[in-house]
Design a protein. Structure first.
Length: 422
């Protein structure tokens, strides 16, 4: 990665911030080092930034938002099918390079932070260190390490899950991930769409095992998220203190009310039950396609009930965030589905930025265009409050004050020309 510039002045832009009541028009954002130094309007801000020697970027009315945060990411996932088999055969070195490429492409797609919820062989920790050290480009990584599952349970092959049986082993599983450096814990409490030997509603943990995971993680200051399909085991998990539900294919109105009451968040991953094009590209077998696509209508109803109940929802694609799908990236397509499914544009922006930042305990440094926070920013040609599809028009990506994508070479041009006057 290139060295961070002395700073940038992003001028003539509209700042669309999830914490603001309205967009800030005719605005400027001063980026200094890896942080946002100042946001505002008027000539005084620009004068201060120019005096500091900033590179000045005329955005010509473009929109500036926080970078996206994708809360359901797998860089090493190997689904049934040709590509999945290829990933399974990778050695440690090949896998690390494959994951690094995925991280780079994710960052370039506008996702500046990810929550990894199950990776193989703890390679995610090495990747996180490499990105933080500046050796490879990629998003900020918060990770669960290896997800916890019962013997033969969901993800034991596809995502390298850590197999446990009994409360004692599940406690050890939690502590093993924390020892390795996990920021959170992921547990598989039911079957899913990618295991041929299971069904979506196959329960895969006992009450004692579930309690052991949640209690132990909370004792160590880690939140717990659960891969979960059917409502009965989800209800039990929420009552035990679960912090987040992944997928939630078969929620009920009563359960979503409980989730809202207990503060349990929801990452619906709507795209995974409506992605035949993606499955065909990967060579996913017909049995898995039928199970996934057949769950789509019930999945969308679950999401609608969650919104009705006021459950906090967050962006998470499950598909690689960068994957080209239906004319855009998987992360943006997921956000479009969330918005059109009843969330709306403003709340969709929050679900992809400040809400996940706060869940991660990073709301003080991520998730909004706020002075003092990391300069993880996107420049869009179109207004994301008018239409969430505006995220298809990303033309620049900043990560920690560094330009990592610049479709129009604005930064290069600005560094070659004298700063504009006025």
């Amino acid at each position: 990665m290139t060295a961070t510039a002395p700073g940038y002045l992003l001028r003539d832009c509209t700042v669309v911030d999830p914490l603001a009541e309205a967009p800030l028009r005719n605005a400027a954002v001063w980026v200094e080092g890896d942080r946002i130094r100042e946001v505002g309007t008027g000539p005084a801000l620009a004068a201060r930034a120019r005096a500091a020697g900033c590179v000045e970027l005329d955005l010509a009315g473009a929109y500036v938002t926080p970078g996206l945060i994708n809360m359901h990411t797998h860089f090493s996932l190997s689904l049934p099918g040709a590509l999945g088999e290829r990933v399974k055969r990778m050695g440690a070195h090949d896998l690390a390079l494959y994951m690094a490429d995925g991280a780079r492409r994710t960052l370039h797609s506008g996702v500046t932070t990810v929550r990894c919820v199950g990776e193989k062989d703890h390679a995610d920790f090495a990747l996180r260190t490499a990105i933080d050290s500046g050796f490879v480009p990629g998003p900020r990584i918060f990770t669960a390490g290896r997800a916890l599952t019962c013997t033969g349970g969901h993800g034991h092959g596809s995502s390298g899950a850590f197999e446990c049986d009994g409360a004692t082993e599940f406690r050890r599983g939690v502590r093993t991930q924390i020892k390795a450096g996990a920021d959170l814990i992921k547990v598989m409490i039911s079957g899913g769409i990618s295991g041929r030997h299971e069904a979506i509603d196959t329960r895969q943990v006992t009450t004692e095992e579930l309690s052991a995971v949640i209690t132990t993680a909370h004792e160590w200051g880690r939140k717990v998220t659960a891969h979960a399909g059917p409502w009965p085991v989800i209800r039990e998990a929420v009552e035990l203190g679960l912090d987040c539900v992944e997928h939630g294919y078969e929620l009920t109105r009563e359960l979503t009310g409980l989730m809202a009451e207990r503060g349990c968040a929801y990452v619906p991953t709507l795209v995974v039950t409506r992605c035949k094009e993606f499955f065909d590209e990967l060579g996913v077998p017909e049995w898995m396609q039928q199970r996934s696509l057949g769950a789509g209508e019930r999945h969308l109803q679950s999401y609608a009930w969650a919104l009705e109940a006021g459950v906090e929802v967050m962006l998470g694609s499950d598909m690689p965030p960068f994957w080209r799908f239906e004319g855009t990236s998987a992360a943006v397509r997921e956000l479009e589905y969330m918005a059109s499914g009843g969330l709306g544009t403003r709340e969709a922006l929050r679900a992809a930025t400040i809400t996940p930042a706060r869940w991660l305990g990073a709301g003080d440094v991520l998730g909004s265009v706020t002075e003092g926070k990391y300069a993880d920013l996107l420049v869009l040609d179109e207004d994301p409050l008018a239409d969430t599809s505006a995220f298809r028009s990303i033309s620049m990506v900043f990560r920690g004050g560094e330009v990592v994508r610049d479709d129009r070479a604005r930064a290069v041009a600005a560094q070659r020309e004298p700063a504009a006057l006025g």
